[in-house]
Design a protein around this ligand. Structure first.
Ligand SMILES: *[C@@H]1O[C@H](CO)[C@@H](O)[C@H](O)[C@H]1NC(C)=O
Ligand SMILES: *[C@@H]1O[C@H](CO)[C@@H](O)[C@H](O)[C@H]1NC(C)=O
Ligand SMILES: *[C@@H]1O[C@H](CO)[C@@H](O)[C@H](O)[C@H]1NC(C)=O
Ligand SMILES: *[C@@H]1O[C@H](CO)[C@@H](O)[C@H](O)[C@H]1NC(C)=O
Ligand SMILES: *[C@@H]1O[C@H](CO)[C@@H](O)[C@H](O)[C@H]1NC(C)=O
Ligand SMILES: *[C@@H]1O[C@H](CO)[C@@H](O)[C@H](O)[C@H]1NC(C)=O
Ligand SMILES: *[C@@H]1O[C@H](CO)[C@@H](O)[C@H](O)[C@H]1NC(C)=O
Length: 311
């Protein structure tokens, strides 16, 4: 892999702990994999913390901080109805939440500094080939060069030690100067990039209650709400909803140990729960998905149905 080669040339393994291990393709798993509870319409109702998520996407990020991987989970819920009261143009709001899962043996204490960057501004602009939709790397969604350039840019810009604003400064330095190899993504801009420190101590993350639903594939993992984005939609059409719920969000995990930073880019998207959504279910009249629709539209229609059920 080009990227691993470049990294090992820049940072000989003997000098730097290799914080991430790379696999060919990261698998994405959803509610079917973790057995989300469902309502009477077989729509997932995964209550974690203060959210009730209706769709999940979960992926592993392997690090050498622990023998077990970290996990990232993206989850969607329709926001409470009163959330649109101050937004007269909005017909509904969706919350898109990001959770970090950590093995029980692992803590983000003050010896490891970290930062997560969510490239939300391009999530509606990138796609992956249909046959890879539940197993793709960011290189499928962006390009191999763009991913490796962005990762290298982050690793050389990250300086976390003793700097409480380091994560937002890293975000600013990346958004100010996207690598030329990423120009095709969105005309050389990232749009909105959200930064969240992953460090312990004062900026400790909010652990969520998983007693009703486990939203990570890691056994006994702790789950932390790292970011929550509210999207206001002006209508409830498939098009409007699918732009948000079918988006792919590149998530950059940057970890620093002994003054050296390593970054990993993971692309997150929800995975549809197909187990119990059969055609004899009373789907709302969104048009019946059939061979004339692309599978993406089929997925969107199922998901839109799922969201409409809970109104
Ligand atoms: C699907 O149905 C089975 C049996 O009816 C149930 O155990 C399971 O939780 C359901 N899963 C989903 C995702 O609805
Ligand atoms: C849930 O809690 C988070 C963090 O405390 C907050 O940002 C979010 O608005 C809450 N969501 C709802 C729907 O109450
Ligand atoms: C993550 O890795 C664990 C094994 O460590 C595996 O059981 C789990 O299914 C993986 N999760 C995903 C989303 O690939
Ligand atoms: C790091 O945490 C340990 C244990 O919580 C504490 O003893 C130590 O003083 C901390 N170091 C710094 C630099 O904050
Ligand atoms: C990115 O996606 C948004 C939403 O679909 C669209 O309005 C915008 O034109 C796209 N930008 C580019 C450069 O493709
Ligand atoms: C955490 O940081 C905030 C803002 O920098 C500060 O106001 C607060 O006192 C700190 N809390 C602790 C426990 O250090
Ligand atoms: C697909 O559905 C549309 C509208 O519901 C219908 O007009 C069309 O004939 C269907 N196509 C097939 C191949 O069943």
């Amino acid at each position: 892999m080009i990227r691993s080669l470049a990294v090992s040339v820049l940072y000989p393994a003997a000098l730097v702990p290799l914080l991430f291990q790379h696999y060919a393709a990261a698998e994405l798993l959803g509610c079917d994999a973790v057995g989300c509870p469902t309502n009477e319409y077989h729509v997932a109702q995964c209550k974690i913390g203060n959210a009730t998520l209706q769709a999940l996407g979960i992926t592993n990020v392997t690090t050498t901080l622990d023998t077990r991987p970290l996990t990232w989970t993206v989850g969607f819920q329709e926001a409470p109805k009163d959330s649109i009261s101050g937004h007269p143009e909005a017909a509904m709001a969706l919350d898109k939440n990001f959770y970090l899962g950590t093995p029980p043996s692992m803590r983000f204490d003050n010896s490891t500094a970290g930062c997560a960057l969510f490239f939300e501004g391009i999530s509606a602009n990138i796609t992956v080939p249909q046959d890879k939709k539940n197993s793709f790397t960011c290189a499928d969604a962006l390009s191999e060069d763009c991913v490796s350039d962005l990762v290298r840019q982050a690793e050389s810009a990250a300086k976390f030690a003793g700097n409480a604003d380091a994560c937002s400064q890293l975000r600013d330095s990346l958004t100010n100067k996207p690598p030329p190899s990423c120009n095709s993504v969105k005309g050389g801009t990232w749009g909105s990039v959200i930064s969240r420190p992953l460090t312990g101590g004062n900026q400790s993350l909010e652990m969520v209650d998983q007693s009703q639903c486990r939203a990570t594939t890691g056994q006994g993992y702790d789950l932390f709400l790292v970011d929550s984005e509210r999207h206001y939609l002006t209508d409830r059409t498939t098009k409007a909803l699918s732009q948000v719920i079918l988006g792919i969000t590149p998530v950059m995990t940057v970890l620093e140990k002994d003054g050296k930073a390593k970054a990993e880019l993971t692309c997150l998207r929800l995975v549809d729960s197909v187990a119990n959504q059969t055609d004899d279910e009373p789907h709302p009249s969104m048009g019946s998905p059939n061979g004339s629709l692309s599978s993406t539209m089929y997925l969107a229609t199922l998901l839109v149905s799922a969201f409409l059920y809970v109104l």
